[in-house]
Write a protein that binds this ligand. Structure first.
Ligand SMILES: [Fe+2]
Length: 331
């Protein structure tokens, strides 16, 4: 896997100061990063008042890598407090960084949350959690988190995924692979552009267990948008054994290509990885969690970009397995 440096955008000190001050003012006013309609409204107003420097650094992903690392923000390790033992106990840990991420997400588009994930919070804590080591969710550690599209099962999934680093003493890498870097034959692209198999909700959706009521919807893996190929990919939640041999072989070649072009991004505290969720699949290398308050800790935000035409129109009719994406701002 390549460890070539990911494209970076360095915030200037003025923009950094502006973001920090805005996040601190929001926390002082609300005392929590738990989202209420009033907080979201205030975030929207504050985000709209941020200067051109911040806005410029938050412009759309503009390389074939489909991602960038935003640099310049900082996290003070001591005042961040210990890495929470799980999202459920994280509460307001690192709350000012939640608000920082929410502000940046709002500059980039419309942040979303899920009723069935992390109590509907708009910024999630990604920390290893005892008992979940081998899952294919962000709470895992000991297994390779295989490359996937975030919330691939749902038509309301994010266009952009943001991972803000709070702590990463062991420099555990996030992996990323862009569909724009793979080489596939026209035949394979045609095969994988057909809706053959469904993608089912992942284990992080506690309330989705009742989705048996909803008939699984076959969806295409690849889509040719005006701007180029996009993908929707989550092998761990795709019943691959139900497909024919030719299709499975093409899917295998796509997996191999994604592995070939994958890069490893190891984030430092304060850095924010922004991934285009229509171009890039992301994952994580395995690691051994210590559960002593010093484990890797990321903040995650998901963003919809209004008007983005990167997906097949047929997605609009999907039921989403009873899950509802909550959008922060009505535009
Ligand atoms: Fe993910």
């Amino acid at each position: 896997m390549s460890t070539a440096a990911a494209p970076a955008r360095q915030l200037d000190p003025g923009s950094t100061a502006e973001i920090n001050q805005a996040a601190r003012a929001l926390l002082a006013e609300f005392g929590t990063s738990a989202t209420s309609p009033r907080l979201l409204e205030r975030v929207a107003g504050t985000a709209a008042s941020l200067g051109d420097g911040v806005r410029h650094h938050c412009r759309p992903v503009d390389t074939e890598d489909g991602l960038f690392v935003l640099r310049g923000l900082t996290v003070d390790d001591a005042s961040a407090g210990p890495t929470p033992a799980g999202w459920a106990s994280a509460g307001d840990s690192g709350a000012v960084h939640d608000l920082t991420l929410l502000l940046l997400a709002t500059v980039m588009g419309n942040p979303i949350a899920w009723e069935g994930q992390q109590n509907g919070r708009f910024v999630h804590n990604i920390v290893p959690s005892p008992g979940h080591e081998a899952e294919q969710t962000g709470a895992s550690s000991s297994v390779l988190l295989s490359p996937h599209t975030e919330d691939a099962f749902h038509p309301g999934r994010a266009h952009l995924l943001m991972l803000g680093c709070m702590r990463n003493h062991d420099r555990i890498a996030t992996t990323a692979a862009s569909i724009r870097r793979v080489r596939l034959s026209d035949e394979d692209v045609a095969l994988l552009s057909r809706p053959v198999l469904p993608i089912l909700p992942d284990d992080a959706y506690a309330q989705a267990q009742g989705y048996a009521d909803e008939a699984p919807v076959p969806v295409p893996v690849l889509h040719t948008a005006d701007e180029g190929l996009t993908l929707r990919f989550d092998p761990a939640y795709t019943p691959l054994e139900q497909a024919g041999e030719d299709w499975r072989a093409a899917y295998g070649r796509l997996e191999d290509e994604l592995a070939r072009v994958a890069t490893a991004v190891s984030l430092d505290p304060g850095e924010v990885l922004v991934v285009d969720n229509d171009l890039v699949v992301h994952g994580r290398v395995p690691f051994t969690a210590r559960y002593d308050g010093t484990d890797r800790w990321l903040k995650r935000a998901s963003v919809r970009v209004p008007g983005r035409a990167t997906r097949p129109p047929a997605e609009d009719a999907e039921h989403g397995y009873g899950q509802q994406a909550l959008e922060a701002h009505v535009r």
